[in-house]
Ligand binder design. Structure first.
Ligand SMILES: *Cc1c(COP(=O)(O)O)cnc(C)c1O
Length: 458
């Protein structure tokens, strides 16, 4: 499989180059030259296969030529030590993407990316040093993804005093190959420091520096796996038993109509930067039985507006209670537009946006009616489906709402609405960690001094 730039289809790269470089030389994003198809045999057995087997069949064509089957199987087995269960809640499925170590869907991509980097760089004598700036959420998933991965070390920069106690422990509580730096400044300051380091020739000569941001293709492709797994099971009329992390606080009789074998599957994706939804489009093109996507956003509604007006208008992001989706200029729109025309997108994606007030109301209502606790992002998805139904959009069959984070991650918002939230063991273990971070001013010389003290070989 070859990859091309969204800005120039003659600019090709292997999976290894696309993953390790991140951005194409012309500033575009890497996309696969064509989207592969599942074999008929795989397509018809998605509902019965194990998660890791679906992962293998899904990812294999994308890494052909640079990763053999044994290496891929090893990476999959050590990345996907959890799956994405389909839980019946009220009249729909909650597709729980938060059973990973940091309790959000970014664990799938971050873990696969980390292990892929390590494999693709085997034999290099210098270790790879990854720099990440985070406003709080992504840093934890990336730190955890790379934790103890051979040949790679990570420095995470976060704004001092502006992340939650849980986020700080997820970033700065791991140690070993993960270094945490709290910057006396804002997220933008953290990002400027990373950019300055990545473009400094002296540093680049001394050590192999890279970033691991959300637009990396090796983070996106593994996300297609849970779409195929969820759609396959829903199409087979199956649901899973509650898992350890399932935030169900009382058992309420579920509507048995949730299980409709053989009927179309609609998946609703709470979206910000649209990496998650783009992976879903790949899964659908590969042949997963998905009929319709719903792209639900908060007030940062650039894509829902694009779908209704046909005009793409990026804007400055606005702060909301579903803050991992506060994106006014979604990077992955460039990928979506490279693969699909507006008309094609309109056929498969329904856009909808949800206010903070509606999000809060939905958390309370679903708790009361179904005994199920949604996090603010998942609540945007849940309400998105309800709003479309109120607008008389009809979609028959099975609805799955992607629940992108566990509500305990956002207890500041959710607890005042519903009371005590059960905490999954991954998060309670993280809360027991000790924070160990270095504090620096928002100043390049302080940051470069810190980097220069790191050995280029570990
Ligand atoms: C990152 C994130 C999103 C948005 O995903 P995109 O791929 O950026 O659209 C939604 N929910 C949660 C909890 C997230 O962390």
């Amino acid at each position: 499989m070859q990859y091309i730039s969204t800005r120039n289809k003659n600019e090709t790269a292997s999976f290894a180059e696309a993953a390790l470089e991140g951005l194409a030389p012309d500033g575009g994003l890497f996309i696969p030259q064509e989207i592969p198809r599942y074999s008929a045999a795989v397509r018809s057995s998605l509902g019965a296969m194990d998660f890791t087997d679906i992962a293998f069949e899904t990812i294999r064509p994308y890494v052909s030529g640079v990763m053999d089957n044994t290496a891929l199987a090893d990476i999959i087995n050590s990345s996907f030590t959890f799956n994405a269960p389909l839980i019946a809640a009220a009249d729909r499925y909650a597709v729980e993407l938060f059973h990973g170590p940091t309790a959000a869907f970014k664990d799938f991509g971050a873990r696969f990316m980390a292990r892929s980097f390590s494999h693709l760089r085997r034999g290099e004598d210098r270790s790879l040093h990854i720099l990440v700036a985070t406003s709080g959420d992504t840093g934890g998933a990336v730190a955890d993804g790379f934790f103890n991965v051979p040949g790679i070390s990570v420095t995470v920069l976060y704004p001092k005093g502006r992340v939650t106690p849980l986020q700080e422990r997820q970033i700065a509580g791991l140690g070993n190959n993960i270094r945490a730096v709290s910057v006396e400044g804002s997220f933008d300051d953290c990002q400027s420091l990373v950019k300055a380091a990545l473009s400094d020739n002296g540093l680049k000569e001394r050590m192999s520096l890279s970033s691991a941001n959300s637009i990396n293709i090796s983070r996106l492709i593994p996300q297609a796996v849970y779409y195929s797994a969820a759609a396959g099971r829903a199409f087979a009329g199956k649901a899973d038993a509650d898992g350890e992390a399932t935030p169900r606080v009382k058992s309420v009789e579920n509507n048995n109509n949730v299980f409709k074998a053989g009927l179309p599957v609609t998946l609703c994706v709470p979206s910000g930067n649209f990496g998650n939804l783009t992976a879903g489009l790949y899964a659908m093109k590969m042949g997963a039985p998905i009929t319709q996507f719903i792209a639900a956003t908060n007030i940062n509604k650039t894509i829902p507006e694009y779908l209704s007006s046909g005009g793409y208008l990026a804007r400055v992001s606005q702060a909301t209670i579903s803050n991992a989706m506060d994106v006014g200029a979604p990077s992955n729109f460039e990928r979506m537009a490279a693969h699909f025309s507006l008309e094609e997108m309109r056929k498969i994606i329904l856009g909808i946006w949800v206010s903070d007030e509606e999000t809060r109301e939905t958390i309370v209502r679903v708790y009361d009616e179904a005994g199920y606790i949604l996090d603010p992002h998942s609540a945007v998805g849940w309400k998105g489906v309800d709003k479309l139904k109120e607008e008389n959009k009809t979609f028959d069959g099975n609805f799955g709402i992607f629940c992108t984070a566990h509500p305990a991650k956002f207890s500041e918002v959710v607890q005042p609405l519903v009371g005590q939230i059960p905490v999954p063991s991954s998060l309670s273990r993280a809360m027991e960690r000790t924070v160990n971070s270095t504090s620096i001013p928002a100043d390049t010389s302080a940051f470069f001094e810190l980097l220069n003290a790191i050995s280029p070989v570990i």
